[in-house]
Design a protein. Structure first.
Length: 294
């Protein structure tokens, strides 16, 4: 930072042009005998951190889950009170919407982003207020809503085979063939039971595929994109970066999503109350895992 000498007129206080003999504001003569005021004023230099846009970590960086869990555990223990408050707020919001599954899916994306914002504040040493669970999603409402819609449509797309199988199951039970409105075409009992078993097996296998294979990857994608949005990255760039981070490391991110998902859900073993502690631990782990730069 380079210091700059700034001279002021003693008569009127106006800033003087360097080397001038008379004040341009009041006309008073400027001499050494008038003891004009000299002030050492620092010249402000542009701050690269403020002027430059946020730079996302290298998407090809290999995440280290064990290290992330260890750091998250230490961070959780250092501010357990605010962590529990943030988690309680998260759970209460979702419980209030338990009777509206579709809306709950949307809101879960919002409050999940909020809890991730809390985890980011906790790791970076900022004030990790539980109110971030609500305030950050409200501040970044547009990109958060777009991400929630994208995830909702993708999940509904995955459920189409189950919906079709369920419709066919109901059709077979009622004995109604597709395209007919009457109830006259009842099938023999044996055929109905055989068909029902087939639909049930198909639906069960597909739900298992979604739950075990796809759900951890969707969770990883959601957390990566949400973190980028928390950091102020536009929606399109956040989604593109999340996809790049998953690409080529599908197995790694599947494993991360599966293990962290188990961590967050492990609180259910204690009648659900334990999730108040396991949820912030999981989100802190996501924060550290995604923000690592090597």
């Amino acid at each position: 930072m380079t210091p700059e000498r700034t001279e002021y007129c003693q008569s009127c206080g106006a800033e003087l042009t360097p080397g001038t003999r008379f004040c341009e504001a009041c006309g008073a003569e400027v001499t050494e005998s008038t003891a004009s005021i000299w002030v050492e004023a620092p010249v402000q230099q542009p701050s690269p951190a403020q002027d430059a846009p946020f730079e996302l970590p290298d998407y090809s960086y290999e995440p280290r889950l064990g290290r992330a869990v260890s750091i998250a555990w230490n961070l959780l223990g250092g501010d357990i009170f605010n962590a529990l408050l943030a988690s309680v707020l998260f759970v209460v919001i979702l419980v209030l919407l338990a009777g509206l599954p579709a809306l709950m899916l949307f809101v879960a994306s919002f409050v999940g982003l909020g809890l991730l914002a809390w985890a980011n504040a906790r790791q970076t040493g900022m004030q990790a207020s539980p109110g971030l669970v609500v305030s950050v999603p409200a501040e970044k409402f547009g990109p958060t809503l777009l991400l929630a819609i994208l995830l909702f449509l993708f999940r509904m797309l995955l459920m189409i085979p189950v919906i079709i199988a369920t419709a066919a199951l109901i059709d077979s039970v009622m004995g109604i063939s597709l395209g007919k409105a009457g109830y006259e075409d009842f099938w023999p009992i044996v055929q109905v039971l055989t068909t029902n078993i087939g639909y049930i097996i198909f639906a069960s296998v597909w739900v298992t595929i979604i739950g075990i294979i796809l759900a951890p990857l969707v969770l990883s994608f959601q957390m990566i994109a949400s973190w980028a949005i928390v950091m102020g990255v536009p929606f399109d760039k956040a989604v593109a970066w999340a996809w790049k981070r998953l690409s080529g490391r599908w197995l790694t991110w599947w494993f991360n999503g599966f293990i962290i998902g188990l961590i967050m859900l492990s609180g259910l073993l204690f009648c659900g109350v334990g999730m108040i502690a396991t949820l912030p631990l999981g989100f802190l782990t996501w924060q550290i895992l995604i923000s690592e730069r090597g």
